[in-house]
Design a protein around this ligand. Structure first.
Ligand code: NAP
Length: 308
């Protein structure tokens, strides 16, 4: 079988930090080109746009879209129309409905559309799901707080409409939540703090539940200085389960039971290569729907302006 020849589109922080290394490490995947307005990689063909890549670039089978969410839908449609498989960074879109035509295009063209949720591939997520499956869950609390100035410096798109603000990292927690719980969950209330000069929230408190009335709370905050937290705690009839460091470490009643090295992006590319063999798609919109509902239901507070 020949390698899946992939072009990265949008060569920013996550492309550099994770995608390049993951593609190099995964058998069956090859990085063939970069399309980015300003950035490039030495010794790889470079194009400013997806259109230029498709018109003048080397033969490729797939694109991996690492651009901000506001421009990804159009790029995905262009790539699918040209017969390419498409991998989408998270969140898969700026709205929920914009995914429908992409899903249909991929199905009709027998090409893969892979809406990735990298946090679901964190090493302790599947152990947590398996452990919770045989317990009665009493409550769940998400504590997802990071310093936006440390993790997203200069990323103006995060504060624009469709940029999601604090839900850009927060949706990772929701992607884990919707994976590890046995039943679908929904938002019942939300409180969103919008800086006076921004179009997206800097902090959010959510209440969620499921058909059985499970109490789920979530605190997202981009203003965290000092210790950062990416934790989910579930109280059950057989003890407290903690998933920390974004799903990397699992503890039961404070005792670590799972702690393995991060392979999230390698797992994503292994899955992409596998999906592309048959042109099957993998698009789960549950985390994005929860964020959309938080915007629909949320009470809004205007807080002090944010200056990067
Ligand atoms: P980023 O550093 O801003 O990189 C995105 C790149 O896309 C930019 O460097 C820019 O490259 C290009 N771009 C920006 N605006 C564009 C536009 N209007 N049209 C075309 N290209 C544009 O952002 P990032 O942190 O890599 O995040 C990208 C996506 O990955 C986001 O959806 C984010 O949620 C997700 N993600 C990020 C992280 C993380 O740790 N940063 C982790 C997981 C997932 P050029 O100027 O060269 O075109």
């Amino acid at each position: 079988m020949t390698d899946l020849r992939i072009a990265i589109v949008g060569f920013g922080k996550i492309a550099r930090d994770q995608h390049v290394g993951a593609i190099a490490a995964v058998p069956g995947a090859t990085l063939a080109a970069v399309a980015s307005r300003n950035a490039s990689l030495p010794e790889l063909p470079h194009f400013a746009t997806v259109e230029e890549l498709l018109e003048k670039g080397p033969p490729i089978d797939a694109v991996s879209l690492c651009t901000p969410p506001q421009v990804r839908r159009a790029q995905a449609a262009t790539a699918l129309a040209a017969g390419k498989h498409v991998m989408l960074e998270k969140p898969p879109g700026t709205g929920v409905a914009e995914l429908d035509p992409l899903i249909a295009m991929a199905r009709d063209a027998k090409r893969t559309l892979f809406a990735t949720w990298h946090s679901r591939y964190a090493p302790a997520v599947e152990p947590a799901r398996a452990w919770l499956a045989s317990r009665r869950i009493k409550s769940v609390h998400i504590n997802w707080k990071e310093d936006v100035r440390v993790w997203h410096p200069g990323q103006a798109w995060i504060w624009e409409p469709g940029g999601l603000g604090v839900f850009d990292p927060g949706i990772n927690a929701l992607s884990i939540l919707t994976r590890i719980l046995p039943r679908p969950v929904f938002v019942t209330a939300a409180e969103l703090d919008f800086p006076a000069n921004c179009q997206a929230p800097i902090a959010a408190d959510l209440k969620l539940t499921d058909i059985g009335g499970l109490a789920i709370t979530a605190e997202f905050d981009f203003r965290q200085t000092g210790p950062q937290s990416w934790d989910i705690v579930a109280e059950t009839d057989q003890g407290q389960m903690t998933l920390s460091r974004g799903g990397r470490i699992m503890a039961i009643d404070g005792k670590v039971v799972a702690d393995a090295p991060d392979q999230e992006y390698r797992e994503l590319y292994r899955r992409f290569v596998k999906l592309a063999v048959t042109g099957a798609s993998d698009v789960d919109l549950a985390p994005l729907r929860l964020v959309a509902d938080a915007f629909l239901l949320g009470r809004r507070n205007i807080v002090e302006p944010f200056v990067d």
